[in-house]
Design a protein around this ligand. Structure first.
Ligand code: 5GP
Length: 116
């Protein structure tokens, strides 16, 4: 990933393209999805573009993966009463379109509806 063209998310990290940022730490940035699939839909993205999928991240930097999950909880605490769905699409056949690992934090009232 790192030797290829920077991903769209790397361009958000470097502020080359704008995003509605809700939280940032030293290692991740979180911003609202441009095409929300739920009342609250935030992406949590490691700043490093070196991991394409959650499988690569889990193998390469489990601490960073744990940080992504912790940040997802912080966002849910702030925006949706601490209740959320956490989704990683891993691989093209699973619907992944951006190959810079990211977690989808989905919240709002999902009990009877929207599935991302
Ligand atoms: P994936 O399908 O790879 O798991 O999810 C990629 C997500 O990124 C999609 O939900 C899509 O709407 C979102 N997305 C793609 N391009 C942009 C963008 O430029 N800005 C923001 N905020 N979201 C984006």
């Amino acid at each position: 990933m790192s030797e290829q063209e920077p991903s769209i998310f790397s361009k958000i990290v470097s502020r080359e393209i704008p995003a509605d940022i809700v939280l940032e730490t030293e290692r991740v940035i979180a911003f609202r999805d441009i095409q929300p699939q739920a009342p609250i839909h935030v992406l949590v993205v490691p700043k490093t573009g070196e991991y394409a999928t959650v499988s690569e991240l889990a193998a390469g930097d489990p601490e960073l993966l744990a940080h992504v999950v912790g940040v997802a909880q912080d966002i849910a605490n702030e925006l949706c009463e601490g209740q959320f769905r956490l989704v990683f699409n891993s691989g093209e056949k699973a619907g992944q379109t951006v190959f810079h690992v990211h977690a989808h934090v989905l919240g709002g009232d999902l009990a009877e509806g929207s599935l991302a």
